[in-house]
Design a protein around this ligand. Structure first.
Ligand SMILES: CC(C)(COP(=O)(O)OP(=O)(O)OC[C@H]1O[C@@H](n2cnc3c(N)ncnc32)[C@H](O)[C@@H]1OP(=O)(O)O)[C@@H](O)C(=O)NCCC(=O)NCCS
Length: 142
């Protein structure tokens, strides 16, 4: 029987198909080859206890990927299905990931937001993050 009520739980690779469907339909989430099942599985194995899903009545309605490199934390794919936005779920997911990062000895976290993602940028400012104007991102395919 479907579990009733709200619940936050660690993201399990068994949830991959469900979370990929969510990522795929939410504007503001950029997907790439780094989001294949194999890559996400490897990410979760390297970063235990840091990525979460939020469930309502057994259905995933929000996700957050979080990891660190030993120095700094990084958040990806923080999202909540449109119907459930504005109810505090995004904030719960972010706070959970940050609490766990802190337990692992990491005291600063970064994230990348698409430049035209106004909703995302407003959210991060509202929940206490600082937009950096002193850094640009460089990338290279290898
Ligand atoms: C960004 C996102 C994850 C926020 O999740 P959410 O559950 O709607 O956010 P919450 O309800 O937890 O909001 C937390 C706070 O931010 C505020 N907030 C949320 N979205 C906001 C917005 N677009 N503009 C201004 N404030 C906003 C809320 O009012 C709330 O403030 P409060 O604590 O004073 O009440 C969600 O809107 C989303 O999935 N967006 C699309 C994907 C995306 O852009 N992700 C970010 C990628 S960088």
């Amino acid at each position: 029987m479907e579990e009733r009520g709200s619940l936050i739980k660690e993201l399990d690779i068994k949830d991959y198909e469900a979370i990929y469907r969510i990522w795929n339909r939410i504007p503001g989430i950029g997907l790439s080859d780094a989001d294949s099942k194999q890559s996400i599985s490897s990410y979760l194995a390297r970063n235990p206890n840091l990525s979460y899903v939020y469930l309502i009545d057994g259905r995933i309605v929000g996700t957050i990927l979080c990891g660190h490199d030993g120095r700094r934390g990084y958040i990806h794919h923080a999202c909540v299905l449109p119907k459930y936005q504005g109810k505090g779920i995004g904030k719960i997911l972010v706070n959970k990931a940050l609490d766990e990062l802190k337990k692992q000895g990491i005291n600063k976290c970064h994230l990348f937001a698409l430049g035209d993602n106004e909703l995302g940028k407003e959210f991060w400012s509202k929940v206490g993050w600082t937009k950096r104007n002193d850094i640009v991102t460089f990338s290279k395919n290898i």
